[in-house]
Design a protein around this ligand. Structure first.
Ligand code: PDD
Length: 288
């Protein structure tokens, strides 16, 4: 049984309990982060904590911990649960006031803080020569107008992912008003004639920490990249599509709605990016 962190204490997962009055349970009134750790080293921790602060500020929830304390809590949880490649899931809700009321509780309730770890499966970038790539579908983006907040309210994302699974695919690539936004739990990159494009940050997408790193790596290594709007049709004549997230790194999509993307295999731009990504990860996380 693994340990979790709940409201100031580390306990075994079976012993952790939360009030049914918790606003996370009643209203999905909370935010979360998923922070990967490789070889026990937290990856892009500062960027995750900055985004956490932005999500909390948008919902007017007080950040219960300083960056130093978050770092110490993440490290302690990783040590307790085994240091390999795991992600730290961290959730903060507006707490458990006595009565259910849509308005924020006055005075504010103590936020509920929950943290757990789970193992990260091997990434396609670790062996880019052998990476098979994954399938995706295209679906209408049925989410709300503040997708920049990493809110725990994920019902549309869950439904969209399930739609992908039912079609035998790994991810749903979302389109709103004819433009690609992101995946159900990933950001999207599209390559055409060597040019890499990804939708710009706005309230319609989550500013992915992995997206930001991929943009940085492309700029640093002179892979041509533009943050620009991507019309739905571009998906169907793309040479390459990648989806990025903290648990998938950069995953090549080789089949879309049952049709091959480009050659139907991970493409040359992805292989170049994957190598830079892996080098960066190996350096930062002191991997062998
Ligand atoms: N999801 N877009 C959405 C809607 C997401 O849920 C995520 C992450 C991303 C990628 O963000 P990042 O690179 O910072 O992980 C983009 C996490 C992993 C999840 O919900 O489990």
């Amino acid at each position: 049984m693994t340990d979790v962190f709940l409201n100031g204490t580390f306990v075994s997962a079976a012993q952790a309990s939360i009030s049914p009055m918790d606003r996370g349970f009643l209203f999905a009134d909370g935010v979360y982060e998923v922070i990967p750790a490789f070889n026990g080293v937290l990856f892009r921790l500062n960027e995750h904590l900055l985004r956490l602060q932005r999500s909390l500020s948008a919902l007017q929830i007080q950040n219960p911990h300083s960056a130093q304390v978050w770092q110490a809590l993440c490290k302690e949880l990783l040590v307790r649960n085994g240091r390999g490649n795991s992600s730290v899931y961290l959730q903060i809700t507006r707490g458990a006031p006595e009565k259910r009321d849509h308005g924020f509780p006055v005075p504010p309730a103590q936020p509920t803080v929950f943290m757990a770890t789970s193992p990260i499966p091997a990434s396609s970038i670790s062996d880019s020569a052998a990476a098979p790539g994954a399938a995706a579908i295209v679906a209408d983006d049925i989410r709300w107008g503040r997708c920049d907040i990493k809110a725990i309210a994920l019902l549309p994302n869950i439904m969209l992912r399930q739609q992908a699974i039912a079609a035998g695919a790994a991810e749903a690539i979302l389109v709103r008003d004819g433009l690609v936004t992101e995946g159900s739990s990933t950001n999207v990159f599209v390559v055409k004639d060597g040019e890499i494009a990804t939708p710009p940050c706005s309230r319609m997408i989550l500013a992915g920490v992995t997206r930001e790193l991929v943009v940085e790596l492309c700029r640093q290594h002179e892979l041509p990249l533009a943050e620009q709007e991507i019309p739905r049709e571009r998906l169907y004549d793309a040479d390459e599509i990648w989806v990025t997230s903290s648990s998938k790194d950069a995953l090549p999509i080789v089949s879309l709605d049952g049709h091959p993307v480009g050659s139907g295999r991970p493409g040359p731009r992805w292989r170049a990016l994957a190598q830079h990504f892996l080098n960066y990860k190996q350096t930062v996380c002191r991997l062998a």
